[in-house]
Design a protein around this ligand. Structure first.
Ligand SMILES: *Cc1c(COP(=O)(O)O)cnc(C)c1O
Length: 394
């Protein structure tokens, strides 16, 4: 028996538990949506990234059923062996045309956004290069830097003056600026126009991770379209398991970038392709994103309603115009207690703690969806006010 190895794990796990950092998974017993069943109880959930309510949309589900009948379930191999299907090819073209980060952009689909970020950074940068990253970037962009073995230069959140100074001082051969477009735990937008100016001035790539912008802003075309930017330097990464409601991710970029990824990106080459039935399903989700502006308009109304109603809560509501509406509690344990109190009232709002967010900024991450009603949001606001009153008393 590997007793000392197991004992080592157990000691580390216990330390985590004692520090209040234990993470629990909650098996959901219903489809994703504004109402989910957990442990036999229905909860109104403000927790998912299903911003447009497509994860369990009838048309998307029907598309998946049809696609499974037509294409079967699995891809059976990686893209470069025999797992690249006609639906992948068509979806890539449709996504690239829709997002259009540069003239003549091409697309490439991935099984997950995590893999897409690893692929982009490890293909564009190597040992003698430098990757400049916002401090609040998503963990998988940071992991991409490790896979690239490049220099890792972080700048304070949104601090363009510091980034400029760091770019000027860097002797790196190739420079890559990588940023979340909509910050996943804060909901604010990166200053993409200024980032592109800096990329132009320093001949750097600009990697834009639009996991939370695609489908939601820029008429659904995402953050780059929202700002009206067009450049060969932009490498756009959008995910397909959030607003698009299915799974996977894509890159849209200059054809030479796409060719480079196909030829060299290990996270593209050495993994089984996503099922073609999902690519086919995503084409229907993409059509809804493109044509159903009403979902986005409803979401914008809910965001305004929430922000108005949350103004007098005792917690700091971060300045966000997106579906991500964080309330900063500060202490991790207090955030957990408030999340538990909401849960008792029938609401699922996740508490986000370090290391996912910086120390002292544990928060409730309220995420809104077009599938919510104004009544759902009003009920959440009432529960938050009740939890705040209880919190102050204790
Ligand atoms: C969710 C997320 C990813 C990862 O995408 P997956 O498809 O879930 O692997 C990447 N970047 C950001 C900012 C994210 O929020």
């Amino acid at each position: 028996m590997a007793t000392s190895l197991i004992a080592g794990l157990d000691a580390a796990l216990e330390a985590r538990r004692v520090a209040g950092l234990w993470r629990n998974r909650q098996p959901v017993e219903s489809p994703q949506g504004p109402r989910v069943t957990v442990a036999g109880h229905e909860l109104i959930a403000f927790a998912s990234n299903d911003y447009l309510g497509l994860a369990n949309d009838a048309a998307v589900v029907a598309a998946a059923r049809d696609a499974a009948s037509r294409w079967g379930v699995g891809a059976g191999a990686s893209h470069l062996i025999c797992g690249h299907f006609a639906p992948h090819e068509v979806l890539e073209r449709e996504l690239a045309e829709f997002v259009a980060p540069c003239i003549g952009a091409r697309g490439l689909t991935f099984s997950t956004g995590y893999l897409a970020n690893l692929a982009i950074l490890s293909s564009l940068a190597g040992r003698n290069d430098a990757i400049f990253a916002d401090r609040l970037n998503h963990a998988c962009l940071n992991d991409g830097v490790l896979l690239a073995r490049a220099g890792f230069i972080r700048y304070p959140h949104g601090d363009m003056a510091t980034l400029e100074r760091l770019l000027v001082a860097s002797p790196a051969k190739r420079k890559v600026i990588a940023t979340d477009a909509v910050f996943s735990m804060d909901g604010d937008l990166a200053p993409l126009p200024r980032l592109l100016e800096l990329a132009d001035a320093h001949d750097a790539w600009l990697v834009v991770d639009d996991a939370h912008g695609f489908g939601v802003i820029g008429q659904g075309r995402g953050s780059v379209a929202h700002f009206g930017l067009v450049s060969d330097r932009i490498i756009y990464m959008g995910t397909l398991g959030k607003a698009a409601g299915v799974a996977g991710a894509f890159v849209a970029a200059h054809p030479s970038v796409i060719d480079t990824l196909v030829q060299t990106a290990r996270p593209y080459i050495y993994t089984t392709a996503a099922p073609p039935m999902l690519a086919e399903t995503l084409r229907v989700a993409l059509r809804i994103i493109r044509d159903d502006a009403a979902r986005r308009e409803h979401l914008i109304d809910l965001v305004a309603q929430f922000r108005q109603g949350a103004r007098d809560l005792p917690w700091r509501l971060l300045p966000s115009a997106t579906a991500i509406q964080p309330l900063v509690i500060g202490d991790g344990r207090a955030a957990m207690e408030i999340a538990d109190a909401l849960r008792e009232r029938g609401f699922w709002v996740p508490a986000i703690r370090p290391p996912t967010v910086p120390q002292g900024t544990a928060r409730l991450r309220v995420s809104l969806s077009a599938a919510h009603t104004a009544d759902d949001v009003a009920a959440l606001l009432a529960a938050l006010h009740a939890a705040a009153t209880a919190d102050i008393r204790t």
